[in-house]
Design a protein. Structure first.
Length: 330
């Protein structure tokens, strides 16, 4: 439930703002000059806001589509990410957004056409497949009923079969996808974790079994699937928990549906991690045996490598031939 809508003054007459206001008729509407005035204000209580986030409706200016970090990709020649939204419905304890932003309020950038223009510019900028990752600063599907962004952007990719879109999600609200013809160049990528990890650290997110069920329905309908085992979390019985998860994945999903698999051990920019540890001083994940390397906090290098190697080996056995991409810290 959204109690408060902040709207940038210049957008008060924007059709998407009207549509969202009409669907939240009981919400208080406050106008502001730019969303930063509300979002970046000092002395905000992230944990308190997370319980009842406000929604800020804004326009995104400047560079809307960014190159993905080096080494990040699922097989395309060029990789980019974009964020039409900041913050998330869910509350994963390992989420870097909590360390990155002072506010837990949602920001929705309603100038979708500008995102489409920026994506087209990058598609045309060079030869070779360009892949666009959505859901970097949010979950790509969790708030689709509010935003309608996926519905807006898919026709662009339908018309550009040589470009890829990845929708990264934990949401099982997949009606927007099931209601249309599958696109071979749109990868619906689910972050997956053993049930014990999800229960302990992925607060408010759908259970792993529900995500697998959603993956099965999407696969049957022809959507290419992404399996994202990132971040891997080292809990007691790590090998057994992950082995069980991979077996369940292999049992439920036809390998031919799987576009790509990615693996990465928990890691985060060190500054964000420090902020997170302050927010949740008693959290057992954040009290783990981590080290700081090249500006990132994560498991010690041999531990991270062993976790990734074990998972890679298991997946190669259970889902042979499916492309696996590893995100190792240097
Ligand atoms: S689903 Fe992703 S974006 Fe949302 S809280 Fe969890 S890690 Fe963060």
């Amino acid at each position: 439930v959204i109690d408060t809508l902040y709207v940038e003054e210049a957008l008060l007459d924007h059709p998407r703002v009207h549509a969202i206001r009409s669907r939240h008729a009981g919400a208080r509407v406050v106008s502001c000059r730019r969303y930063h005035e509300v979002f970046n204000r000092r002395a905000q209580d992230f944990r308190l806001q997370k319980r009842r986030p406000a929604l800020l409706l804004a326009a995104k200016h400047g560079r809307l589509v960014m190159p993905a970090p080096p080494g990040y990709g699922i097989g395309a020649a060029r990789n980019y990410y974009f964020s039409h939204m900041l913050n998330c419905l869910y509350d994963c304890r390992y989420c870097f957004l909590q360390g990155m932003y002072r506010s837990a309020n949602y920001v929705l950038f309603v100038n979708y056409e500008a995102f489409a223009d920026a994506i087209r510019v990058e598609i045309d900028a060079a030869p070779g497949v360009a892949c666009f990752f959505s859901g970097y600063d949010c979950d790509s599907l969790a708030l689709e009923r509010l935003t309608g962004f996926v519905d807006f952007i898919l026709p662009l990719f339908e018309a550009e079969p040589a470009a890829w879109l990845e929708l990264r999600t934990k949401s099982v609200r997949i009606g927007a996808l099931l209601g249309r013809r599958a696109l071979r160049n749109c990868v619906v990528a689910y972050s997956l974790a053993p049930a014990a990890v999800a229960a302990a650290f992925e607060h408010r997110a759908p259970a792993t079994a529900a995500r697998l069920e959603a993956l099965g329905r999407l696969g049957e309908r022809g959507w290419p699937l992404g399996l994202r085992f990132d971040p891997l979390i080292r809990i007691e019985g790590f090998r057994q928990h992950y082995r069980d998860l991979f077996r369940e994945v292999a049992r439920r999903l036809d390998p031919a549906w799987i576009h790509s698999i990615t693996l990465g051990a928990f890691r985060m920019p060190a500054g964000y991690f420090a902020r997170l540890a302050q927010l949740y001083p008693d959290d057992r994940l954040l009290a783990g045996a981590f080290e700081r390397r090249t500006g990132m906090t994560g498991y010690r290098a041999p531990v991270a490598q062993e976790m990734i190697a074990f998972c890679h080996e298991q997946l190669a056995q259970l889902l042979p031939g499916r492309p696996v991409f590893r995100c190792d810290l240097a």
